[in-house]
Write a protein of this length. Structure first.
Length: 337
């Protein structure tokens, strides 16, 4: 197992390098200029010095190498750097990825907004998994029952309706008509007492519910299908013929083998949390990574878009590795030697 993890990690490194190169070259070809958002009163020579300091005039390979270096190395900004957060008076290289629109380090902005995304969308994902797996298992075990029919209808409806539709629908019903929950998410809110904790739960209810419904809908149908395939296997009949209790057969044998393909879907959905954040955070005005990506695209902030896209890609590669390792824990027949 250890050798397999090391081998997959070594393969993941050149994979990420290639991904970063593709992301950088595609977005580098997009139109954009780091001085486009500056006031018109800024002299042309100052604009050119800013472009030079940010490395915009360097050759492509040098800019790509600097960008990759800046991803992992961050040199603190000194007190003399003002307004544009760049050093105009010397040629010292600044190991920072600076946003073209805010002139702030992109990594610092991502770390500042990351807790909001994890807090809201991570909760929605966990809740969706906790709902989907039991519903899928029970629906498969009680096939064509009332529970299965209701679960099928809800999951099909939840998966068919896009997040932007259910999000707006939830705002209209629960915020406008019923006035149960706030229509937007207050990122500056801090939990200090019981009342503030209740308000935090209220403002999380709609974005968490919308995303949890969407995630649970797809995962529950996939779980149901996987469990149905295993319920008809010979090893299940053998376990029952040995006199094992039905709960033990279902949980110890059927569920364990059924979770192998489900783990793949779960692992691939985790990076999708951030993709879902693009729509959900925009609808509910959550100041997280998804909204940051949308704002960066609208502002043509190429460094921010490049960094966020690469982070999403790295998460996909990482959780694919986690899924492969989990296979061996669920099924002893899988060997990595």
């Amino acid at each position: 197992m250890g050798q397999y993890i090391i081998r997959r990690t070594l393969i993941a490194i050149p994979t990420l390098v290639v991904i970063s190169f593709v992301i950088f070259i595609i977005l580098d070809l997009a139109p954009g200029d780091p001085t486009a958002s500056l006031p018109l009163t800024v002299p042309p020579e100052v604009r050119e010095r800013i472009r030079e300091t940010l490395g915009f005039n360097d050759p492509f390979l040098i800019r790509w190498f600097k960008w990759m270096s800046q991803m992992f190395i961050a040199e603190p900004l000194n007190a003399t750097e003002q307004v544009f957060n760049v050093s105009l008076g010397d040629s010292e290289e600044r190991l920072r990825i600076l946003s073209w629109s805010s002139r702030a380090p992109v990594i610092d902005t991502i770390l500042e907004r990351l807790p909001q995304t994890i807090w809201v969308l991570g909760t929605a994902f966990i809740l969706g998994v906790l709902i989907a797996i039991p519903v899928g298992v029970i629906s498969a075990y009680k096939q064509y029952s009332a529970f299965d029919n209701v679960g099928t209808f809800v999951s099909m409806a939840g998966y068919s309706m896009p997040v932007f539709f259910t999000g707006v629908l939830a705002i209209v019903i629960f915020s406008v008509w019923l006035d149960w929950f706030p229509s937007f998410y207050d990122t500056t809110h801090k939990v200090t007492d019981f009342d503030s904790f209740v308000f935090q739960l209220k403002q999380m209810a709609m974005p968490v519910g919308v995303l949890a419904l969407f995630n649970a809908a797809a995962l529950s149908r996939f779980t149901r299908s996987s469990v149905l395939d295993n319920l008809n296997e010979d090893y299940v009949r053998t376990a029952r013929s040995k006199g094992l209790r039905e709960n033990r057969v279902l949980l110890r044998h059927v569920l364990r083998n059924s979770l192998i393909p489900v783990v793949t879907l779960i692992a691939l959905q985790i990076p999708g949390i951030f993709a879902g954040a693009i729509i959900t955070e925009t609808i509910f005005r959550i100041n997280g990574l998804g909204k940051y990506l949308i704002d960066s695209i609208l502002a043509a902030d190429i460094p921010a878009v490049q960094t966020l896209t690469f982070i999403f890609a790295a998460l996909t590669v990482f959780f694919n590795l986690i899924a492969d390792v989990t296979y061996g824990l669920l099924d002893p027949r899988i060997r990595y030697d």
